[in-house]
Write a protein that binds this ligand. Structure first.
Ligand code: ADP
Ligand code: MG
Length: 510
């Protein structure tokens, strides 16, 4: 071999070595980075862990906070609001009633015909529309004018002119699912907005009055005769169909619960309560807080970036408005650790871009190569090629976030049951021995409504599984969760009917 040949051979060998070492170096770096990403996942799993022992602590904390919220105004982060609803529909209601359901992504208008026999809702028309985004942050006048116009259109479209007696005024139940301080069963003052609504001029004003004025301005002959929130509507429908229904829970864009409480247990309002028996209490449980809740840095960041920091802590860990965004934050953190996601997508920095239904679709992707996950990451977050192991990682993140949410919601439900002595343990204030109360455990129904629970199968399964784990195999069969489709709207119409002739209990709350 001549000199040139030797030089060439040496040169090639050196080049091969350089290429090999670059490749090895890259592989080592990639491996290390992958390990860091897996560590991010492990930390998430640890931070979100909800072993049954911890859930039982949440149950106890919920029951204790409920009690504190009933003893004094401001005694707990749970507002435990009085609703003035004590006559739940009996099943004998007759006639045609309207309902308006405002409180989340959509608003719904309903027209319900009642036949006078339990379970006989003989006709029902529904109009469901998204609330235009700009109305969430405008003025109350613009919002209610829009709603009243929609209501008028609906009435004109659905009503057969001949079937109506002109002297009869239409009656409407208004479901308004934000924290309201009721002053009667048909009026109440907005305490604060949640779920992305920010209309400052409404806070402190009577919600029914705003709607009534807008309706009258449109020349529509209709009276707002009951003001409730979605939980109360769902409880009303649940009770209409099954008298063992004691509580209702909403798990949709937001989350909240109400339940039937003994009037004498509502210590803070004793002088306002003129009737004995049970009364519906709106817990506003989205604001529940306890040191036992498993919280992560992602929750802290989401809270700090939200328009209502330190508020609605339970809701921000559970409801559909937030789950997708928790997942987005975790993926963002992972993508900063490693370029497995391709170049960090700028879309990944956009808050709420990954909506919960998309997150659910990734979580429930059952194709062998997680094709749906890749498609959603590509279409929504503009990621390019996503390797299979990364797709699996994303599914795992969705699983951890949803599992925690569903199990916490289950703990909240058992907390309510504990407060009213329906969890088989004899309740928080009872000195009864456990064995005796186990044998006395009555059939207990909890009505549930909301898109997260009804549309997201894995969420539902996690929640149901946790209920059994917390209550135990022996007690759990006595507690039945029943889905009430459109409960919040139909319930308002049912309550409009049950309050149609009864006198309205008006009380001035200081
Ligand atoms: P709202 O709470 O606005 O009254 P819904 O009860 O229908 O309305 O709940 C809608 C919410 O449910 C959505 O904001 C979304 O977070 C969640 N959701 C709807 N569909 C799905 C789905 N397929 N998977 C997971 N979550 C869903
Ligand atoms: Mg709703």
């Amino acid at each position: 071999m001549g000199k040139v040949g030797v030089k060439l051979a040496v040169g090639c060998a050196v080049a091969a070595c350089v290429v090999a070492s670059v490749m090895v170096g890259r592989r080592v770096r990639r491996k290390r980075a992958w390990r860091r990403v897996v560590r991010v996942l492990e930390e998430l799993e640890e931070g979100c862990a909800t072993p049954v022992g911890r859930l039982r602590q949440v149950v106890d904390a919920m029951a204790v906070e409920m009690h504190a919220g009933l003893v004094s105004e401001g005694g707990s982060k749970l507002k435990m609001l009085l609703t003035f609803v004590h006559n739940l529909p009996s099943g004998s209601e007759k006639g045609t009633y309207y309902a308006l359901d405002l409180g989340g992504t959509y608003f719904r208008i309903l027209r319900v015909q009642l036949g006078g026999q339990r379970s006989a809702v003989i006709g029902q028309d529904v109009d469901r529309r998204p609330i235009p985004q700009h109305l969430l942050t405008g003025t109350s006048e613009v919002l209610f004018d829009f709603i009243a116009s929609s209501l008028k259109d609906f009435v004109e479209r659905e009503e057969n002119v001949s079937e109506r007696i002109p002297s009869e005024r239409r009656e409407l139940g208004f479901t308004f699912s934000f924290p309201v301080k009721q002053t009667s069963s048909s009026s109440g003052i907005l305490i604060k907005w949640t779920k992305g609504f920010v209309i400052e001029d409404m806070v402190g004003r009577d919600v029914s009055e705003c709607l009534q004025q807008a309706i009258s301005k449109k020349g529509l002959d209709m009276r707002v005769n009951v003001l409730i929130n979605d939980t109360v509507g769902t409880l009303a429908v649940g009770h209409y169909h099954d008298e063992d229904t004691v509580a209702a829970v909403i798990i949709g864009t937001g989350t909240n619960a109400c339940y039937l409480e003994r009037a004498d247990a509502i210590i803070k309002c004793q002088r306002l309560l003129t009737m004995p028996g049970d009364l519906v209490v709106n817990m506003e449980w989205g604001n529940f807080w306890s040191s036992h809740l498993p919280r992560t840095s992602y929750d802290n960041d989401l809270d700090a970036d939200s328009p209502n920091p330190y508020d609605q802590g339970f809701e921000k860990m559970i409801s559909g408005m937030y789950l997708g965004d928790i997942v987005r934050r975790v993926i963002l953190r992972m993508s900063e650790e490693l370029d497995v996601f391709g170049l960090v997508s700028s879309k990944l920095h956009v808050p709420f871009i990954l909506r919960t239904p998309l997150m659910a679709a990734m979580h429930e992707d059952d194709t062998p190569d997680f094709r749906e996950v890749a498609k959603i990451l590509r279409d929504t977050l503009e990621f390019s090629e996503i390797p299979l192991n990364v797709r699996k990682l994303v599914v795992r993140v969705c699983d951890v976030v949803t599992c925690r949410a569903a199990r916490l919601a289950a703990a909240g439900i058992v907390g309510i049951l504990k407060k009213i002595g329906r969890d088989g343990s004899g309740g928080i204030a009872s000195g009864k021995n456990e064995c005796a109360s186990r044998s006395e455990m009555r059939r207990t129904v909890v009505a549930v409504e909301g898109g997260l629970y009804t549309n997201y199968t894995l969420f539902r399964e996690y929640l149901n599984e946790a209920m059994t784990q917390i209550l135990g195999e022996e007690i759990a069969p006595n507690v039945i969760i029943k889905v009430m489709e459109d409960g919040s709207g139909i319930g308002a119409a049912l309550l409009a009917a049950s309050h149609s002739t009864s006198s309205v209990d008006t009380v001035q709350i200081p």
